[in-house]
Each structure stands twice: as structure tokens, then as C-alpha cells.
Design a protein around this ligand. Structure first.
Ligand code: AHR
Length: 517
């Protein structure tokens, strides 16, 4: 036996196997374009429903609480949401919206009637958080309110009264009532949803029937030519219900319609959604498959909208998105309370990149939901009242640099994230430019492998760069009330800028945002 020969053969084999383990570099072209759209800041919107501990016991603890608050809303939540630069906040639902009668929530709090929240646990609410409380909060947060009107169990009169109450500057029965309740100037609410999930909890309507209802509500909401500039949003499709979008686009007159909604949750099985923290990679892979489906949904709903609205006047509004798992048991386990792990950070990273890249049609979106419900950005502890920021919060904050920036189209073929014989694109990227700064956000969803990327920035005149990274070793890693900073962004230095090429390696399960100028 020739030992020398064996050694050389073994060496060659070793080198070859090492080469195949090392990731190939993925080349990404950033192509600034004159036609590229602005990424509307409203893509970074949020959603607060009367559900579980989102409003009561979440945002709102009441004026008499020991927890420092402003008009009953926790100060720590206000600070966190201001830092996040949330552009709009949708309220009061969700399914709750089609049961909500806004006049129950105005006037002296002790006189407000109680109601039963029939969709979410049948709990009795005292209406202490109502229209003034919400709209004043939006002013404090410097965010635009997005009110969801009650079509399912309300009336046209009730909704136009609400618009009068919030927006009328002159004398009218509703503006007089507003003034009597302590608010002189109108709030001028621009965004109005006409019902919610009309195909389901909003009334189980057919798209044809809802289109007619919508036409009636939209007509009275805004007058002859919508001179007040109200932005009317139709209750949109659930995920891939393309027929819903088609019928609405065909049947609703376009001078009555500014936005078409779409809801899509990353849920793996409605009957077995799996635990928010006790899940396996198999569940993660399925969740990411659902999250990445957003791209196809936007493409197909947009194709229908393009057919009826070739001038692209009507916005696609994804006003509910996020991960949905089984409700956590234990002290925090009120309806739809779930922890938030690196899986959620990955959902946020890829979804926001999809929205940015489709900013031509997607003009608004709302993560479900803000506090203590579904893919929340903030959790509060029911027993200790501690509060924490979730990994999703950090991703939303890192990405907010794209708000109102010009999209830079990105072209590349993603390396694969392979699991059990199936694969997904591992890397997602979006980029934008504003005030001389370029921002590039990258997410690597691969649970095991790093990915090496070379960004061709030749056309962007970049001289230096800096970055932030959010990462953690395990998919299930999350922040807890005892360790609220386990997952927080840190400085990212692992990149090189040389001759118009920005090269970096993305660790597994990581989100990176680079700023370059
Ligand atoms: O976000 C939770 C619920 O999901 C909303 O109330 C409803 O619109 C959707 O089905």
C-alpha cells in the first residue's frame, strides 16, 4: 500500500469536502432606478384591538394606576412606541370593530355602559378606553390613527356620526358633542376601514353583497368628491382568496375606494398552531414557508388590482400580518397571548423586505398586534407589571430607516435554506436611499448556516458604512421579564467595503441593517 498516495488522496478529499461546506458567495446587485417607488412609512404600521391584554392591562392601566401613565396609558409603552416611530395605529379591531359602538366609549367614564367582548373571551369591558383616549394617545405618539368602522352590526349613520365627531371643525350635533366632552379641535382622522373581515367575523358576507354595502358606506362617509381626503379601506381578502379581491375591484366604483385590505397570518395549521416557544425546526420551517408566501400573495392580488386599476391609484393595505401560535398558558395566558422568539424576528425581517420591495402597490401594513397579542412588539407581565421589548420590536426599529425612503431595487438569487428535502430562500434583502444615506436590510433565516453576501454598490458612491445586527443561537430564544435584554441589536462590524463591493457574512438566524454613505 502506498501511504504517501493515500495521504495525498485523503488531503484532496478533505479540501473538497471543506469547499462544499463553505458557503458560496452570493452576489447582489443594487440598481438605483428613476422609476423606483417611495417606501411609504405606513408600511410600518401597528394594530391594537380590544383583545386579551392588548388594550386593558396592556396599553391602558387607568389614570389611578401605580404604574406611571399618561391619561391611563403606560409611559414605558409610550416611550417605546415613540422610539419605534410607528406611523399609524389601527383600532379598535379586528373582529371587535364590527361589534363596537363608538358612542359607548365617550363622555364621563363613570357613565359609560359596559359591554361584553363577544369575540374575545366574552369578558365585560367598561369602555374606559374610547375614542378620546385612543385619538389623544395617537397625538402623544405622533402617529396617524386608523379607525376600523362597524359595518357588521352598525349602521351608516353611526359611522358618519363618528367621522363628524372626530373630523368636523364647524358646528354640528357631533362636533358639539365632542366639544362638550372636552375636545375643541377635531382630530382629522384620515384612515377609515369600512368593516373588517366581512367574509368572516365581520358578517359572513359574500364579496358581491359586501361590495354593495361598501359602496353605500363609502358614499355617505365622504360626500360628493371626498373633498376632505378621507382614505377609505375596503375589508380585504384572507390570504389567497383572489376571488374576493377580483369582485371588489370590479364592483366597487374606484372613486369610492382608496385602499384594498389583505390579511395573512403565518400560521401552520389553524387546528394545531404549535407553541410560541416549545417548537421544533420543522414548525419553524413551516412558519417561514407561510411568511414567505406573502410575496406570492402580493404578486397575485396586485395582478388583479393592476387589471382593474392600471394607473395604480388604489393601495394594497396588508392591515393584519404576523405569526400566530397557540395561546401561552400560565399567568400571561389571556386570549392570543404568545411569546416572541427569533422565529418572529425572522418573520418580521422577511415580511418587511417583501413590503419594501413591493412598495409600488403596498402602501400600508399593520403588524398584529402591538401589545400582548399575537406577534407583539411589547409584552407586559400580568403579575409584576414588568414590560419587555420583543425581538420583533428590535427588527421593526432597525428597519424604520426605510420609512419614506426611495426603494433601491435589488437583484440576486438567494442561497437555499434546506430542511427535510425541502428548501426556502435563505436570504432576503431590501434597500433604500434617503437624504444621502443608503440602508440595506438583510435577513438570513437559515437555522444552521451562515451566508456570505457581496453587495455591488458601485452605483451608489458609498465611502463608508456601519451596521446593526440582531441574532441569537437558538430559534426558541426570547426575552423574558427576568432577562429582557437577552436579544437586542448590537454593532455589526463583520463587513468589508472595497472597490464598490460591500462583503459580509450573515450568521444563521440573523437580521442585519447597514447604513452607508
Ligand atoms: O388579530 C386577531 C384577529 O385576527 C382579528 O380580530 C381578526 O381581524 C383576524 O381574524
Amino acid at each position: 500500500m502506498n501511504l504517501r498516495k493515500i495521504t495525498v488522496t485523503m488531503l484532496v478529499a478533505l479540501m473538497t469536502s471543506q469547499l462544499s461546506i463553505a458557503q458560496k458567495t452570493t452576489t447582489v446587485e443594487l440598481k438605483p432606478s428613476e422609476e423606483a417607488p417611495t417606501i411609504s412609512k405606513h408600511i410600518y404600521g401597528h394594530f391594537a384591538e380590544h383583545l386579551g391584554r392588548c388594550i386593558y392591562g396592556g396599553f391602558y392601566v387607568g389614570e389611578d394606576s401605580d404604574i406611571p401613565n399618561t391619561n391611563g396609558v403606560r409611559n414605558d409603552i409610550i416611550v417605546a412606541l415613540k422610539d419605534l416611530k410607528i406611523p399609524n395605529l389601527r383600532w379598535p379591531g379586528g373582529c371587535f370593530a364590527d361589534t363596537y359602538h363608538w358612542k359607548d366609549g365617550i363622555g364621563p367614564k363613570e357613565d359609560r355602559p359596559t359591554i361584553v367582548n363577544r369575540w374575545w373571551g366574552g369578558v365585560t369591558e367598561d369602555n374606559s378606553f374610547g375614542t378620546h383616549d385612543f385619538l389623544n394617545l395617537c397625538e402623544v405618539l405622533e402617529t396617524e390613527p386608523y379607525l376600523a368602522g362597524n359595518v357588521g352590526s352598525g349602521t351608516v349613520q353611526e359611522l358618519i356620526d363618528w367621522v363628524q365627531y372626530t373630523n368636523h371643525d364647524g358646528k354640528s350635533p357631533m362636533s358639539d358633542l365632542r366639544k362638550k366632552n372636552g375636545r375643541e379641535k377635531p382630530w382629522n382622522v384620515k384612515y377609515w376601514g369600512i368593516g373588517n373581515e366581512a367574509w368572516g367575523c365581520g358578517g359572513n358576507m359574500t364579496p358581491e353583497y359586501y361590495s354593495d354595502e361598501y359602496r353605500k358606506y363609502a358614499t355617505f362617509l365622504s360626500g360628493w368628491s371626498n373633498e376632505s381626503g378621507i382614505f377609505r379601506i375596503a375589508s380585504g381578502a384572507s390570504s389567497s382568496d383572489y376571488k374576493w379581491t377580483e369582485v371588489l375591484m370590479k364592483n366597487i366604483k374606484h372613486n369610492l375606494l382608496e385602499g384594498m385590505a389583505l390579511h395573512h397570518y403565518s400560521v401552520i395549521d389553524w387546528n394545531n398552531k404549535s407553541s410560541s416557544t416549545g417548537f421544533e425546526e420543522e414548525h419553524y420551517f413551516k412558519t417561514m414557508t407561510e411568511a414567505l408566501k406573502m410575496e406570492e400573495l402580493i404578486e397575485k392580488h396586485t395582478a388583479i388590482m393592476d387589471k382593474y386599476d392600471p394607473e395604480n391609484k388604489i393601495a394594497l393595505v396588508v392591515d393584519e400580518w404576523g405569526g400566530w401560535y397557540d395561546t401561552d398558558k400560565g399567568p400571561n395566558g389571556t386570549p392570543l397571548f404568545q411569546q416572541n422568539t427569533m422565529r418572529d424576528a425572522m418573520i418580521a425581517g422577511v415580511t418587511l423586505n417583501i413590503f419594501n420591495n413591493r412598495a409600488d402597490r403596498v402602501k400600508m401594513a399593520n403588524l398584529a398586534q402591538t401589545v400582548n397579542v399575537l406577534q407583539a412588539v411589547i409584552l407586559t407581565d400580568a403579575e409584576t407589571n414588568k414590560m419587555l421589548l420583543t425581538p420583533t420590536y428590535h427588527v421593526m426599529k432597525m428597519y424604520n430607516v426605510h420609512q419614506d425612503a426611495t426603494l433601491i431595487p435589488v437583484e440576486f438569487e438567494s442561497p437555499k435554506y434546506e430542511f427535510n428535502g425541502e428548501s426556502l430562500p435563505a436570504v432576503s434583502i431590501s434597500a433604500s436611499k434617503k437624504e444621502g444615506k443608503t440602508h440595506i436590510s438583510l435577513t438570513n433565516i437559515d437555522a444552521e448556516k451562515e451566508n456570505t453576501i457581496e453587495l455591488d454598490v458601485t452605483n451608489l458612491g458609498i465611502k463608508n458604512a456601519s451596521g446593526l445586527i440582531l441574532k441569537s443561537d437558538k430559534l426558541q430564544d426570547h426575552n423574558t421579564f427576568d432577562n429582557p435584554e437577552k436579544i437586542t441589536p448590537s454593532e455589526f462590524k463583520d463587513f468589508k467595503l472595497k472597490k464598490g463591493k460591500l462583503s459580509l457574512t450573515l450568521p444563521p438566524l440573523s437580521v442585519v441593517v447597514l447604513e452607508a454613505k
